[in-house]
Design a protein around this ligand. Structure first.
Ligand SMILES: NC(=O)c1ccc[n+]([C@@H]2O[C@H](COP(=O)([O-])OP(=O)(O)OC[C@H]3O[C@@H](n4cnc5c(N)ncnc54)[C@H](OP(=O)(O)O)[C@@H]3O)[C@@H](O)[C@H]2O)c1
Length: 315
């Protein structure tokens, strides 16, 4: 469709140091386990890793660079982002990208995303420059509305470059980008739609499996109580296909033509993701999952949770 075929993507936001792992994620995973997960990914043919500078409190990109060298990983596709925390300043993207390349230990970024829709025209213009220099192979946008995607596509079209993809929050319980037409627009225009947090940071996993205390868990527990019926349907679908509950959430996205990005840091999670995107759910199963999700009214993050960080256009 647009150069890189992607069925599923490994997200690296859950990688990181001990304190971050324990406080935010509920547990720390040793580097050796993450390396085993990378070995499993190679075996399963999952080649794309999604990054951003601040993932794992700034540690994830460096870990990836070190591990790919230690493991001698060859055929890997790197997705990384420019996060505009401030208004555009000349060369801000270039400086950030150079640091990313050094951390990730690669010569170019396969897919580079503008992480927030601040100063879209100015940031994309510099990203286009870097594309022409061969430092970026594909360009995407993240946390953008339909209107902002249209604008971005027009800017890239003028430069003769295709918009590779849109990376927004989407899951079984957060389907607003589908309901408001963004997903259809992507399909009509040959633009990939990558969904982040398809497991809702662990909330769309098996409720029967006990998880350790974490800051995220406090938020989740209240929502989980509303999701009993959804869990019941997910468990029934899982049983029918002989898969796990999180695989149902992953398969749901894949059956919509969406690329799930999952926070995998263990080999089992990678294997499950690779298998899940091959599962064909029936129209009836998809409908039952959606009905139960809608009835639950559960929400952890809105579809556009980072809107507060988007800066108003300068006059
Ligand atoms: N563009 C953006 O603005 C944006 C924003 C946020 C995230 N992202 C991307 O999206 C990725 C995914 O988000 P995320 O990592 O925050 O959340 P997530 O994928 O929704 O959930 C991660 C959680 O799910 C658990 N998990 C993963 N696979 C599982 C499996 N097969 N079975 C059971 N549990 C499983 C993990 O468990 P453990 O704790 O046991 O590992 C972890 O607690 C990020 O890594 C990042 O690449 C992008």
């Amino acid at each position: 469709m647009n150069g890189i075929e992607s069925k599923a993507v490994i997200g690296t936001n859950s990688w990181g140091g001990k304190a971050y792992g324990k406080a935010i994620r509920g547990s720390y995973v040793e580097n050796g386990v993450i390396k085993d997960a990378m070995r499993e990914a190679e075996k399963q043919g999952l080649r794309i890793y999604d990054h951003a500078r601040d993932y794992g409190l700034g540690k994830a990109q460096k870990m990836f660079g070190k591990f790919t060298q230690e493991l001698g990983c060859g055929d890997i596709i790197v997705s990384a982002k420019y996060t505009p925390f401030t208004h555009y300043k000349k060369n801000c993207v270039r400086k950030s990208l150079e640091k990313d390349l050094a951390d990730l230990k690669c010569e170019y970024i396969d897919i580079y995303w503008l992480h927030l829709p601040t100063d879209i025209e100015e940031h994309l213009t510099e990203i286009i420059e870097l594309y022409h220099e061969g430092k970026i192979k594909h360009i995407g946008v993240s946390n953008f509305t339909l209107e902002e995607c249209r604008l971005s596509k027009a800017i890239l079209d003028r430069a003769g470059i295709s918009l590779y993809g849109v990376q927004n929050h989407y899951s079984l319980i957060s389907r607003e980008w589908e309901k408001n037409g963004l997903l259809d627009w992507c399909k009509e225009n040959g633009v990939s739609f990558w969904a982040w947090a398809v497991l809702e940071e662990g909330m769309l996993t098996d409720p029967r499996v006990k998880t350790k205390f974490s800051l995220l868990k406090i938020f989740m527990d209240r929502q989980k109580r509303k999701m009993r019926e959804l869990y019941r349907v997910m468990i029934a679908v899982a049983k029918r296909h002989d898969i796990t509950v999180p695989q149902v959430a992953e398969a749901y996205c894949a059956n919509k033509g969406i690329v799930p990005i999952c926070g995998c840091r263990k080999p089992k999670q990678v294997k499950e993701l690779a298998e899940a995107v091959r599962v064909k759910l029936t129209a009836g199963e998809m409908r039952r999952l959606e009905e139960a999700a809608d009835k639950s009214g559960a929400k952890v993050m809105g579809p556009d949770i980072f809107r507060f960080a988007v800066l108003k256009k300068r006059r």
